[in-house]
Design a protein around this ligand. Structure first.
Ligand code: FAD
Length: 395
């Protein structure tokens, strides 16, 4: 019988893997398991908060993948039996696979931050998975009075999208500047430094003056307790901050199916082989995207997309008994600070001795002395990137 590849998760990594598997292995059956009928992207969800993008414009369906002959099953994977090579679904069925790809993204580590559980997230949204949480945060921002304070708490590394919180701060500032100019934004960070920091701080100041205040770990920015009902947070040294809108981005881990498949380790994340993204612990199970330990690659949609392509090529080579192609990975994270003001960080990666390494001399960040035309061009590149990658994945 011909092979069957099952892909779990129809987000950035999984949908890419399914599409490129179809391209490289036209004769093989491919099934994509994803509960959502429509996938809403975290990329550009901050622009939705700013009022610069509609909700519908960041949603993508699965008809494009179906048209290619990929079977899409709207269910959740509940369990994996690696010895029997099966995956059990929430709709009661069990699929048998020859190769399994997991791209489940992240789950929140409830209660790791004292007081922050699923119920608390209904009052103080994380909005770190695009969906009802993002829409809740937007409604809260819209209901806030002018002169209110928006407080965001930011976790330690590693977490999904290192520049994401700081782009969100800028996009909320854009919204406030238009509609509630007396309001404040307070960022409480468990880290001492962050991605593209100098560029963000320069852009925040240029566009929003003193509206955004960032407090790093060394200045008592680390939040250790959340009271979502009172919209209060407490820092490591006991300082209480009160918010009118509270956005808690909690510590994260690989999506739950990773643990059930036996591919995650004590860190909560998934160790992989750097040249194939096959699990380092379970043969024939491949894992891509945010769930993996792929540093120095960041947890980004762009990274998940290039990892998905490498996995498709690796599985195709294994199924055909061919030599593995040399893996190459890339990433660019664009961030929008205001309309016509974009910045970016880029890198190119390859595998060496089973580890992912950054190619020396590749990538870098936007110049700090970039002029307005440069920032404008990068804002346009960001839009082009979004259109291109979503077409590449779900189009
Ligand atoms: P996801 O894209 O989240 O996909 C996971 C999918 O798996 C989900 O659809 C989920 O429903 C499904 N799933 C989970 N468990 C199961 C299961 N058991 N069974 C079946 N399905 C399951 N990245 C960029 O490159 N550029 C950006 O500008 C950018 N901006 C961002 C802004 C914000 C605010 C945030 C939060 C993130 C941003 N990111 C950005 C990061 C990007 O969203 C993630 O890195 C990317 O989504 C990771 O892809 P993934 O496939 O690992 O997970």
């Amino acid at each position: 019988a011909s092979a069957h590849v099952v892909v779990v998760g129809g987000g950035f990594g999984g949908a890419t893997a399914a599409r490129y598997l179809r391209r490289y292995l036209p004769e093989v059956k491919i099934t994509l398991v994803e509960p959502a009928q429509r996938f809403y992207t975290c990329p550009f969800s901050n622009l939705y908060l700013a009022g610069l993008r509609s909700w519908e414009s960041i949603g993508h369906g699965f008809d494009g993948l179906r048209k290619l002959g990929i079977e899409v099953v709207h269910a959740s994977a509940e369990g994996v039996d690696a010895a029997a090579r099966t995956v059990r679904l929430s709709n009661g069925s069990t699929l048998k696979w020859d190769k399994l790809v997991l791209s489940p993204g992240v789950d929140m580590q409830w209660n790791k931050l004292n007081g922050y559980d699923e119920a608390a997230a209904e009052l103080a949204p994380h909005a770190w998975k695009a969906g009802p949480q993002t829409q809740l945060l937007k409604r809260q921002l819209e209901a806030m009075k002018d002169g209110g304070t928006f407080v965001m708490t930011i976790p330690e590394n590693p977490f999904r999208c290192p520049p994401g919180p700081y782009e969100r701060a800028a996009m909320v500032a854009h919204y406030f500047k238009q509609h509630k100019p007396k309001s404040k934004i307070l960022l409480l960070d468990a880290k001492t430094a962050f991605s593209k920091q100098a560029l963000f701080m320069q852009g925040w100041k240029a566009l929003y003056g003193e509206m955004i205040e960032w407090i790093g770990q060394s200045d008592d920015g680390e939040v250790v307790r959340v009271d979502a009902r009172k919209r209060e947070v407490e820092t490591a040294f006991g300082q209480i901050h009160r918010a009118d809108v509270l956005n808690v981005i909690p510590p994260q881990k690989a999506g739950f199916i990773a643990e059930r498949a036996g591919v995650s380790n004590g860190s909560g994340w998934v160790p992989i082989k750097g040249d194939t993204f096959e699990s380092a612990q379970v043969q024939d199970v491949f894992v891509v995207g945010d769930a993996t330990i792929a540093a120095p690659m960041p947890k980004s949609g762009f990274a998940a997309n290039t990892q998905g392509k490498v996995v498709a090529a690796a599985i195709a080579a294994q199924v055909r008994g061919q030599d593995l192609p040399a893996a190459s990975y890339a990433n660019t994270c664009y961030s929008l600070i205001g309309p016509g003001y974009g910045i970016s960080v880029a890198g190119v990666y390859r595998a060496e001795n089973g580890k992912v390494i950054e190619v020396p001399g590749s990538g870098g960040v936007s110049p700090l002395d970039g002029d307005q035309r440069f920032r404008q061009a990068e804002a346009r590149y960001g839009e082009g990137w979004y259109a291109a990658i979503t077409a590449d994945i779900w189009g």
